[in-house]
Design a protein. Sequence first.
Lengths: 248, 306
Amino acid sequence: MADSDQQGQFHQEVSLLDVSGIETGYDDLQILWNVGINVRRGERVIVLGANGAGKTTLLKALVGLLPAWKGAIHLNGEAVQGMRIDRRISRGVSYLSEVGVVAGLTIEENLRIGGYHLASGAVRSQMAVMYDFFPDLRARRREAAASLSGGQRKMLAVAKALMSRPQLVIMDEPSAGLSPLFVSEVISMVNRFHGEGISFLVAEQNVKFLEIADRVYVLDAGRMIFSGTVEELHKNDALERAYFGVYG
Amino acid sequence: MRKNKLSNAIILVGLAILFILAPLLYPNQSVPFQMMAYMALAQGINLLYGFTGYLPFGYVGFFGSGAYGVSVLVLLLHWSVIPAVIGGGLVAVAVALLLSPLLRLSGAYFSIGSLAASEIVYYIVSNPNMQNITQGPYGVNLAGVYAPNTSYYAMLVILLIFTAVVMYVKNSTFGMSLLAIKEDPVSAAMCGVNVVRNRVVIWLASAFAAGLAGAVYGWYVSVFYPSSVFDLTISIFAIVFTLFGGGGTVLGPIVGTIVLYGLYNTIGVSSPQYFQLIYGLLIVVLVMFLPQGLTSLLKRRGINVP
């Protein structure tokens, strides 16, 4: 028992994603200054920030959609900055963008493409897991993703991101455009899959996500102004300094 | 899935029977031969356009490269004809590899870029200074390996192979990744799809289809000129046949070629003065009312088109 506790602690301590000194932007416009972030195994880390704080830019740099001008990105201890996107993804990262689905493909095809790196048997079994969790998707599996409502599309996007059995799911504003009911569903889904050992890095401006956060970062105007637990955040004025769009 | 396999098998067997019987029923063997050649080209374009959205106006460049590839390998290097045909296909693949930076372009820019590239290949091949290798503008004579019947069946084999390739791509994860790339390359990349590699693979496969078809065409006709195997009309016909039938399906390019090439050989021969008019009208009607091609009529009725 003591061994397993120690092992659990060890897993918590091992950094899945370790980012330090990231600076990047678009053309000559610098968006991020010396940003560092760390996600340990089994953690749910929330990056809070107002619109324009640089959350999406940070996530794009992490997955390779945007080159990092400076800094280091380590995934499971391996330096991945400069590595192609698909290679980063094949190392156990899944990225849920704000769009998230391929509208012209059917629901089933979206799920299959989500599990692109899995063997066909694994795709089938993972798809069954997703259909169990999202029964609405099973019922409409042959329909085009374009036919889904905004909330259903988000569900499909989440299911697609989870198809590859990732170690780390990076989510960009999963609550964007969703009703409070769907936001709660997304949060319960994060909890459910966190219970299965998946780590989450969620960029949000909706503070409701603090309910499930193990640790929080606050990004303001391209600089990280806070890092700590939710309790520490409540004792800090970082929340007041950054605009979240939602006030409790 | 089983239904798909059955319909695919029916299409392959149907094509084989059609073109094995055609020379027995139709006195002029070159008509079904050319129909097969266009069908193979249309399937090659289908691989590229149907699954990635790239429309290569300069597709004939690969066809001509294949034809000249076989001639150089037979006349200069004295290869026997079957390996030379495969070599001709590989010459087209090599040309495609050189031209793969074109895939950085999209839409009309890619189409025009590919057209310009095929013109470059044409001018290199037809350059009088290339006479020692390609015979320059003076044409090629492969009379030593002339074998119309064997080359006829070689074209049938190529058609069947590339129809089967389209079937594979359509039903594979690879094909689905191409469709995802066509729709949203970033989203596809975020699923771990290697966007650049997959695009290049299908580009090379498409060029191989045209190269092999060109190589067998060169073997079949045995005497040809740069202007005849790099003729832009070949690209246009193959593209129109694909679009008319419906890209991204196995059946579309086959139906498109049978209908339009059939029409070309009936109206085009009997009443050539009306041919362009009827052809033009058909294409206008198609673009306006059936932009996804004839097979989309079936899809609209919920019928699964292979």
